[in-house]
Design a protein around this ligand. Structure first.
Ligand code: ATP
Ligand code: MG
Length: 240
């Protein structure tokens, strides 16, 4: 079985607006990402980047087309098997963090491991947060943290599970410039060590440092850029 691989085949997604009205968000998208690869998805707000990431990761069934995660269609699985696949093979860093507000930092980060009945080493969590310049306490409730601190908790929660495939939706959207570079370096290292990393970002400087930047516009992948500079990527995003 090919590990750390995601294949997107002719995926379209539309949303119902009530009655017979629908809105088309993704239009016949095909590409794949594999182990050791760090891919970025860029495009204007509302172009469907988060929708695409959710479709790719088993969170949102496409209207048509196919998704294969390590050669398996996640939407063909029973809910319990899909949940297991998502726990064991995938990490998803949400744009909106999706933390549990009623739990402290450490409990939020250890939750996925507890669900998988794996042990959790407090010093590993501390070290991961320290690397990201996280300054709050492990005992703080996450709803008392700043947006940037919550984002770091959301990232740590995914990284402690060592996923083969990491979906990161704007993982640096709320953090300062130094933390942004640190988080990028962490994701880069994971890809270099064998993970497949797919990151949505508005930051063209970061996109330029990934292996491939997919430019999403009007529901389609307009360009796949390799070795392009930040200004070249920006020009593609803004091109009519
Ligand atoms: N469940 C839904 N029902 C109806 N429309 C939706 C739904 N989810 C998303 N959309 C619409 O689909 C479009 C794409 O949304 P999406 O969140 O994928 O954009 P995005 O590229 O991630 O934007 P941003 O850069 O602002 O995060 C938007 O117009 C949004 O309103
Ligand atoms: Mg989004």
């Amino acid at each position: 079985m090919s590990k750390g691989r995601v294949e997107v085949g002719s995926v379209s997604k539309n949303f119902s607006l009530g009655g017979s009205k629908t809105v088309d968000i993704l239009d016949n998208i095909s590409f794949s990402a594999k182990a050791n690869e760090f891919l970025s998805i860029v495009g204007p707000s509302g172009s469907g980047k988060s929708t695409l990431l959710k479709c790719m990761s088993g969170l949102l069934k496409p209207t048509s087309g196919t998704i294969a995660i390590n050669s398996v269609d996640p939407y063909s699985l029973k809910p319990s098997h899909l949940a297991k696949m998502r726990r064991s093979e995938i990490g998803f860093i949400f744009q909106s963090y999706n933390l549990v507000p009623a739990l402290p930092v450490f409990e939020n980060i250890s939750l996925p491991l507890r669900l998988s009945r794996k042990s959790i080493d407090k010093s590993v969590v501390e070290e991961m947060l320290r690397k990201m310049n996280f300054n709050a306490e492990l005992t703080s409730f996450v709803d008392t943290l700043s947006g940037g601190e919550q984002q770091k908790v959301a990232i740590a929660r995914v990284l402690v599970t060592h996923p083969q495939i990491i979906f990161a939706d704007e993982p640096t959207g709320a953090v300062d410039a130094e933390s942004k570079q640190i988080i990028f370096n962490i994701l880069r290292k994971l890809a270099d060590e064998g993970a497949c990393v797919i990151m949505v970002t508005h930051d063209v400087d970061l996109a330029a440092m990934t292996d491939k930047a997919l430019v999403l516009k009007n529901g389609q992948i307009r360009q796949t850029l390799t070795g392009s500079s930040a200004s070249e990527i920006l020009a593609e995003i803004e091109r009519k």
